[in-house]
Write a protein that binds this ligand. Structure first.
Ligand SMILES: Nc1ncnc2c1ncn2[C@@H]1O[C@H](COP(=O)(O)OP(=O)(O)OP(=O)(O)O)[C@@H](O)[C@H]1O
Ligand SMILES: [Mg+2]
Length: 226
């Protein structure tokens, strides 16, 4: 099992108040799975994604990734796991405006200490996987919305992660382009064997994943297709 989560909770303390963003969530996800997480605004979807992606730590419960107990790791150890195993795609693309597509995609490799030449080769390879090699020299402003998201997906893939996490990846795209991005995720999941977990408000997109998990008020209320 790639992801094993048991009785995971997350409590945000806001002065006198406590927000229970996750309430004893238990969940197991196989390597190579494709999972859609759905649920109303504020239900805890992004909180769960951030913990799975090692961007945040839980308040209670356990999280094992590839057999390693991630939930007890310190920030440095978490950063290492994140760099090696996780690719993140966001609704707002989060590209650096002054850097080319190639430079944006290569950025995670810079932090990982990869040589300049290898960075270029690996970034081109990732751009090839999203069919965007011919735009390698373009800056984000010189790309369409769908192309920007493909650059962001290439950046997420460049470290060859085992998990691709996408939080509302089509939220800023029109329906047609959104469908193309979802088709790309499907292809990456099937051909590159990357485990895909995506958050969406769109029913049709949720159905494109093999498994659908619904979260309401910090708890899983349904888990279908598993
Ligand atoms: N950093 C934070 N500090 C305090 N409360 C937070 C923080 N992040 C999230 N919350 C609260 O935790 C709950 C879950 O938030 P989360 O962002 O996970 O929801 P979501 O399901 O992703 O919603 P949306 O669909 O609107 O993105 C919400 O009530 C939110 O207000
Ligand atoms: Mg969210």
């Amino acid at each position: 099992m790639l992801i094993e989560i048991e009785k995971l909770s997350k409590v945000y303390r806001m002065g006198e108040n406590e927000v229970h963003a996750l309430r004893e969530v238990s969940l197991a996800i196989d390597r190579g799975a494709s999972v859609a997480i759905v649920g109303p605004s504020g239900s805890g979807k992004s909180t769960l994604m951030n913990i799975i992606g090692c961007l945040d730590t839980p308040s209670g419960g356990s999280y094992r990734l590839d057999g390693k107990l991630v939930s007890s790791m310190n920030d440095d150890a978490l950063a290492t796991v994140r760099n090696r195993q996780i690719g993140f795609v966001f609704q707002t693309f989060n590209l650096l405006p002054r850097q080319s597509a190639l430079e944006n995609v290569a950025l995670p490799l810079l932090y990982a200490g990869v040589s300049r030449r290898e960075r270029r080769e690996m970034a081109l390879e990732a751009l090839r996987k999203v069919d965007l090699v011919e735009r390698a020299g373009h800056k984000p402003a010189e790309l369409s919305g769908g192309q920007r998201q493909r650059v962001a997906i290439a950046r997420a893939l460049v470290n060859r992660p085992s998990i691709l996490l996408a939080d509302e990846p089509t939220g800023n795209l029109d329906q047609k382009v959104g469908r193309e991005i979802i088709a790309l995720f499907r292809r990456l999941n099937e051909q590159e064997n990357v485990t895909l977990i995506l958050v969406t408000h769109d029913r049709e997109i949720a159905q494109s994943a093999r498994r659908q998990i619904e979260i309401i008020d910090g708890a899983i209320v349904s888990d279908r297709g598993n």
